[in-house]
Design a binder for this molecule. Sequence first.
Ligand SMILES: Cc1cc2nc3c(=O)[nH]c(=O)nc-3n(C[C@H](O)[C@H](O)[C@H](O)COP(=O)(O)O)c2cc1C
Length: 333
Amino acid sequence: MDLRTTYMGLELQHPVVASASPLSEKLDNFRRMEDAGAAAVVMFSLFEEQIKHENAAIEHLITSGADSNAESLSFFPEFEDYETGPDEYLNLLRRATEAVDIPVIGSLNGITNEGWVETARMMQEAGASGIELNAYYIPAKLYLDGREIEQRYLDVLKAVKAAVSIPVAMKLSPFFSATGNMARQFDEAGADALVLFNRFYQPDLDLDEMQVVTDLKLSTPEEIRLPLLWIGVLHGRINASLAATTGVHSPTELIKYLLAGADVVMSTSGMLLHGIGFLTTLVEGLQAWMEAKEYESLMQLRGSMSQINCLNPDAFERANYIKILENYKAEYQ
Ligand SMILES: Cc1cc2nc3c(=O)[nH]c(=O)nc-3n(C[C@H](O)[C@H](O)[C@H](O)COP(=O)(O)O)c2cc1C
């Protein structure tokens, strides 16, 4: 059975990829993910703030005595808050690419295009097969308008594309006014892949401690629906590859994402909950399902239920909303 897929120009043996997670903080885990069958691994993110902090710290040392940098240093989170600085990150990336035969994708998280983009080039030199850009940004400043924010995302992508020759993926937020149009703009700006979607970690309130809680909850399978919708809509309409991230807790979600049109499907929560061997469960589950349905290659099934290919394209749009509400009312009564 032919499970091969092409993702951001990389030829992969099958579509199961390990997404950015703390598992990639350990060299040994890269080998374990490869052994469990990962077709590629995305490393955890290096943050713009980490890079800028290190640059500012170095400059501060050089100009020590003058406190011109004191303000900029205090702007960044404490250095100790981060376990890994850029040098350690690049070192781990280099060793990981030497240790495994599968592609290793470096991950950068930033929202300005200044002072840190060079790090993308260093990731390429360290052996990364690609770069994933995670532009996590909550536009809480009320004077910023949508266009300005969209332009920031595009500027970051263009700056990184100009710095490297390896492929660049954009890990997107689902919260654009026109997600499809934004996807097209990223595509035209040269994104080699779109990763749908970045999971935003929203705060909660602790009523006993009267504090804002910022804990991290793992995903649930129900969360596949938003990425599934947009992968289904975008499949066949843009050149960039599509990666699905969020909610893969069994082969079922993996298969749904592929039918909607994903070129690869990523896992973090599943691996954190069930161990790295979860990747094997996914690949074997996909194979078993394809055998049962008599598919010979992934190409036959990928995107066969996307909006452009399915018999009921309305199911992806507003018309279906009215139907869903009507059906619910009928059942309820
Ligand atoms: C503990 C943890 C750490 C993560 N770290 C990163 C990261 O460094 N960079 C990134 O782009 N995504 C990060 N993610 C997001 C995952 O890559 C993934 O997109 C998200 O968890 C949704 O996929 P899942 O449902 O398989 O968990 C992290 C997720 C978790 C749970």
